[in-house]
Design a protein around this ligand. Structure first.
Ligand SMILES: Cc1ncc(COP(=O)(O)O)c(C=O)c1O
Length: 421
């Protein structure tokens, strides 16, 4: 009911004006629904909300680094949280059967993966839960493989927890395409290698890994007794009509060696709720061992808001998700047009998923530190430093496009002025 009035409100507010100018081509493919778009163009004041992203923007810089979006979440989610608050009671909460069923239904309807609700567990945030998996399946000094350039918190916590991060870097070809080095992987594994962390889709590049690659990875890891932790937090944001492939769905071997961690955190912009996540572990022995470890660390209890948010996000109606993906595609298109019409030595690599874009700035010809300074001090834009994602990140930055078009345009104009000199 509320959704109807929300959409009507948008239409009354002259919603066609909300369609970003210059991205008509991208928008007309949105099944003619553009006049019902939520107002992603609204610039929302995040001051006073203890936003990590904005805490770094001290000198009028535009923060485009940490991966949350500057949009309101799906109004269904906000409504569910408000209703829950109206009850005023904030007691301890268990994970109800509806949670497991909603996750299974979501995996099936969005990703075509038949998940038995039995395989699903509540997870207290993706990184917290992955860290707990390191503690469960490895000993101090054991090796954990990562495939850089990749999300920096993998390496960070592997090292903080006294394990050894081993790099199997992705291979970048001349056409700007990345692939996994499966041969390199086979040669890297030794008897201290216990886990591989897969970023599926890959952050910072936005790669949707294909079924064949994932099946080969599973086969290699099973042969060597390596557990695969698949971080699928960006999977719901597969773009351009493409689909995300859950790791454990690709083969029987993948179901035996794999553990999926995901949640509505990125797609529904819920990062600050901290804990809207789940795991899918088809293998019974692994699942029991892992969920037992979560229980022993008292990490198995969701907050009152978590369950409400996940159930509201994972309802049948996926309209909001469709809108936000279209808006992101429009922003990617703007960046692509910007880099192709301004010759600044910057190239973009089109993400197949999520709101982050990987910019190849190697032709700018600056050492990484100076490149970052140019973005920050001259352009007054804060991207993520490519080098923080490990080998292969030098000469690159990652830009967060989860922002209104007007903010993006201002950032691009500043980059043009700084880099065009
Ligand atoms: C690949 C990936 N995994 C996990 C996270 C963080 O997840 P959580 O906030 O649930 O720990 C991020 C956030 O940027 C991410 O990009």
């Amino acid at each position: 009911m509320r959704r109807r009035s929300f959409i009507k409100g948008m239409a009354a507010a002259g919603a066609s004006a909300l369609v970003p100018s210059g991205v008509t081509t991208a928008l007309t493919s949105c099944s003619g629904k553009d006049k019902e778009w939520p107002d992603f163009n609204e610039v929302i004041d995040r001051s006073g909300t203890w936003s990590i992203k904005y805490s770094r923007a001290t000198d009028g810089e535009i923060p485009m680094w940490i991966a949350d979006m500057d949009f309101r979440t799906d109004p269904y989610v906000s409504e569910a949280l408000r209703k829950r608050l109206d009850r005023d009671v904030m007691g301890y909460t268990f994970t109800p059967p509806e949670f497991y069923e909603a996750v299974a239904e979501w995996e099936k309807s969005l990703h075509g993966y038949n998940v038995d609700p039995e395989w699903v567990g509540y997870a207290p945030g993706v990184i917290t839960s992955i860290n707990q998996a390191y503690l469960t399946f490895t000993e101090p000094g054991d090796k954990i493989i990562i495939q850089p350039p990749v999300y920096d918190h993998f390496r960070l916590y592997i090292e903080r927890l006294g394990r050894v991060a081993v790099d199997n870097p992705l291979i970048l070809d001349e056409r700007g395409h990345y692939r996994m080095d499966l041969e390199g992987l086979e040669n890297l594994i030794d008897d201290r290698t216990k886990v591989l962390v897969l970023c599926n889709p890959q952050n910072p590049i936005g790669i949707l890994w294909d079924r064949e690659t994932l099946a080969s990875l599973a086969e290699i890891c099973e042969r060597h007794g390596v557990v695969v932790i698949s971080d699928e937090i960006h999977g719901d944001l597969a773009l351009y009509g493409k689909t995300h492939t859950p790791f454990c769905s690709v083969s029987e071997a993948a179901a035996r060696v794999g553990m999926i961690f995901a949640g509505p955190t990125k797609a529904f912009n819920l990062a600050g709720l901290s804990g809207t996540a789940f795991c899918v572990i088809p293998d019974k022995e692994k699942r029991e061992r892992y969920l037992g470890a979560l229980r022993n660390a008292k990490l198995d209890e969701p907050s009152v808001m978590t369950i409400e948010a996940v159930l509201a996000a994972y309802r049948k109606d996926k309209t909001w998700l469709g809108y936000v993906k279209k808006y992101i595609e429009g922003n990617i298109f703007r960046v692509e047009r910007f880099v192709s019409t301004n010759f600044l030595g910057i190239k973009s690599i089109r993400p197949q998923a999520s709101f982050l874009i990987w910019l190849d700035c190697r032709e700018v010809g600056l050492p990484q530190k100076e490149l970052m300074e140019k973005f920050r001090k001259e352009a007054k834009v804060i991207p993520s430093d490519g080098l923080s994602y490990g080998p292969g990140g030098e000469g690159f930055v990652r830009l967060n496009l989860g922002c209104p078009v007007s903010v993006l345009d201002e950032a691009l104009e500043r980059i043009r002025k700084a880099f065009g000199r």
